[in-house]
Design a protein around this ligand. Structure first.
Ligand SMILES: *Cc1c(COP(=O)(O)O)cnc(C)c1O
Length: 230
């Protein structure tokens, strides 16, 4: 049996230790619990243990689960690849989208806004050039995309997201996290209108401490909270 409250406490403690070690404030790292494939009861158990931010990777799955969770005051993040034809439901279901990987998708998300004053926080998903990560935008194209995405009034560009290739050894992810931070810094230095690169969504169950040391402001943790997926 997976003990979700215990796992939540353990993950929060690991985040606190990583923050202390790197001289960061724990409030500056937000924990998004990735609940994909997990039943609503698991999400509810996480909520009762204090979690307030959850992430899913598929629109369909989120749509199926959310009615049973409508009483929770939670922030929902979409972290998986999004097809342009699902931009509208995605915008209805999620408060954040981490996986913007094309101008076309950004445009669809912008058009799906319920009103002109509604701004959806978005991150650009970066492909740091490793063969094994197929999703995301190439590094060289990020600044140009950022400039365009920042022009949509119903989107709020907040930063970058990366899913590095999987390594057993979490230290091997460090260069990728560092590259993402440096890319964000480089783009910020251009002072493009409405472009903020403050948020770095990086780090998962096995490597979030390394990501925090490298500047993650959002960690996406599934297995370490909910146990292994089927
Ligand atoms: C599944 C998933 C996670 C969580 O992975 P764990 O290893 O279970 O922590 C994080 N980010 C994305 C984009 C995912 O799809």
């Amino acid at each position: 049996m997976v003990n979700i409250p215990e796992n939540v406490a353990r993950v929060q403690e690991r985040i606190a230790v990583a923050c202390r070690r790197s001289g960061r404030r724990v409030e500056d790292v937000r924990l998004v619990a990735i609940s994909k494939t997990m039943p609503c009861e698991a999400i509810r158990a996480g909520y009762e243990a204090g979690l307030r931010e959850f992430g899913e990777n598929r629109v369909q799955e989120a749509k199926a689960k959310r009615p049973a969770l409508s009483d929770l005051t939670a922030t929902w993040h979409l972290v998986g690849h999004l097809q342009t034809n699902k931009a509208k439901p995605a915008r209805e279901l999620f408060h954040w989208v981490h996986s913007v990987d094309s101008l076309r998708l950004a445009e669809k998300l912008a058009q799906a806004a319920p009103c002109s004053s509604d701004r959806l926080p978005v991150l650009l998903e970066v492909n740091l050039g490793e063969e094994t990560t197929k999703s995301g935008v190439r590094t060289e194209e990020i600044a140009a995309l950022a400039e365009r995405v920042a022009q949509f009034e119903t989107l709020e560009l907040r930063g970058l997201m990366v899913i590095p290739p999987f390594f057993e050894d979490p230290e091997k992810g460090r260069p990728y996290f560092r590259q993402l931070r440096e890319l964000a810094k480089e783009i910020e230095s251009r002072k493009l209108p409405n472009v903020s690169m403050r948020e770095l969504s990086m780090g998962m169950s096995h490597d979030f401490e390394v990501a925090i040391e490298e500047g993650a402001t959002i960690v996406r943790v599934g297995t370490a909270i909910f146990g292994p997926r089927q």
